[in-house]
Design a protein around this ligand. Structure first.
Ligand SMILES: Nc1ncnc2c1ncn2[C@@H]1O[C@H](COP(=O)(O)OP(=O)(O)O)[C@@H](O)[C@H]1O
Ligand SMILES: [Mg+2]
Length: 393
């Protein structure tokens, strides 16, 4: 590259990580650049990275040898940076990519990189927190990107503003795991700032866009019911489905935020507000079974199992609900359960049996037997939990 007129000088390595080395360089105009060279040896790299590349429509053919995968990784980081840069997000300028070498605008001065967030003592940490959360949102809304590895190590602080770096693993918002990555990114940032005693907007939840309307409710009634009962403020970002839950200053205790998070998630997972509102009772909990844990990315299998659990016209689901006294919602790759702790455990057992392919009849028998046992145990005074009764949802 020194020959092709893209680089004039290449200096020593500034930083070396497990998977890449960063060098300082000078371009033909005399401007400082960062040269990120991806190392081509690591097998761990290949395993760790595939999940970010799979599911990204821009990477249809996953190459089989590690060398070209690393090249694709460099070009993926370049493309991600381009998307972010074009959307006006504060990132290093992508200048050039060739094989496993990426050339970026230099963040720092005179060969010395600016510190990362972790290394600076922030004045007014709360303002920095807001700035960074705002950046994450803009990245989602404008660049349609989720970083996927955001932390105090991947944000540089050159001079009074944050610059987000390290976009190799970033995915577009249509990636099936985009929401999970977004939640994790926000969680990491919240965690870091909580350590600095900043009141973060956690807990935050992300729900599917098509459930946002249900969460708001007609005339905002669902949202305001949650807010009033639990002394929280819900800030709903419709384009991304991100919901921030803040505790009201006059709240008797902050635990309402956690309850609110469960209700928001439950509505996101397909429960009607009426059914999700069972979670206003402290005796009830929410449990979510993720079918990806059973079938990975096998969407056909997941749809088949969804059908098995719902049954014809919702019959199976209704029987399970009646036998366990829970409310059950099947939505995409998740099966969610609301009820008392014991009842939810029982329903979860039964659902997992169905998921693993056991006959419906066998599972119902198991539930009836379990109910009998609980009745006996209760008669003997063995436990005080609520007995699941056949309540209508
Ligand atoms: N554009 C840049 N300008 C200056 N320094 C950079 C730049 N990009 C990265 N660095 C430095 O290199 C380090 C590693 O870069 P990063 O992209 O996070 O690679 P890795 O994938 O190894 O974590 C950063 O923490 C930062 O100190
Ligand atoms: Mg990094």
């Amino acid at each position: 590259m020194l020959n092709t007129g893209i680089l004039k000088e290449l200096h020593g390595a500034m930083k070396s990580g497990k998977e890449s080395k960063i060098y300082h360089g000078i371009d033909p105009k005399g401007e400082e650049v960062a040269v990120k060279i991806f190392l081509t040896t690591s097998n761990i790299f290949r395993h760790g990275r595939l999940k970010y590349i799979r599911g990204d429509p821009r990477f249809k053919d996953i190459p089989h040898d590690t060398t070209s995968l690393v090249d694709q990784w460099a070009s993926k980081e370049y493309k991600n940076l381009e998307l972010a840069d074009h959307a006006g997000i504060s990132v290093p300028k992508p200048i050039h990519v060739e094989k496993n070498v990426l050339i970026l605008g230099f963040i720092g001065k005179d060969g010395i990189p600016a510190p990362v967030l972790r290394e600076v003592r922030l004045q007014a940490a709360a303002d920095w927190y807001k700035k960074i959360i705002e950046l994450i949102k803009q990245m989602y809304d404008k660049a349609k990107l989720v970083h996927g590895d955001l932390s105090e190590y991947n944000i540089m602080i050159p001079n009074g503003y944050p610059v987000i770096i390290d976009f190799g693993q970033a995915v577009t918002t249509e990636h099936p795991e985009a929401r999970a990555f977004l939640e994790r990114d926000i969680g990491n940032i919240n965690h870091y700032f909580e350590g600095l005693n900043v009141r973060t907007q956690s807990p935050a939840a992300v729900i599917p866009k098509d459930r946002v309307g249900v969460l708001v409710g007609s005339g905002g009634t669902v949202k305001s019911t949650i807010e009033d009962k639990l002394f929280v403020d819900l800030k709903i970002d419709s384009p991304s489905g991100a919901v921030e839950i803040g505790v009201k200053p006059d709240a008797p205790d902050p635990s309402g935020a956690l309850q609110a998070k469960d209700i928001v998630l439950a509505i996101g997972r397909g429960f009607s507000p009426e059914r999700a509102f069972r979670l206003f009772s402290e005796d009830n909990t929410l449990d979510i079974i993720d079918l990806h844990d059973f079938f990975g990315k096998n969407e056909a299998e997941i749809r088949r199992v969804d059908g098995r659990i719902i049954g014809r016209e919702g019959k199976t689901r209704r029987i399970l609900e009646e036998l366990t006294g829970t409310a059950i919602s099947v939505s995409g790759h998740t099966v969610s359960i609301i009820g008392g702790y014991e009842a939810v455990t029982m329903a979860k057992d039964a659902l997992e049996k169905l998921i693993k392919g056991r006959q419906h009849g066998t599972v119902y028998k198991f539930l009836r037997r379990r109910r009998q046992e609980i009745k006996k145990e209760k008669a003997l005074g063995l436990w005080e939990g609520q007995v699941p009764t056949a309540k209508k949802p």
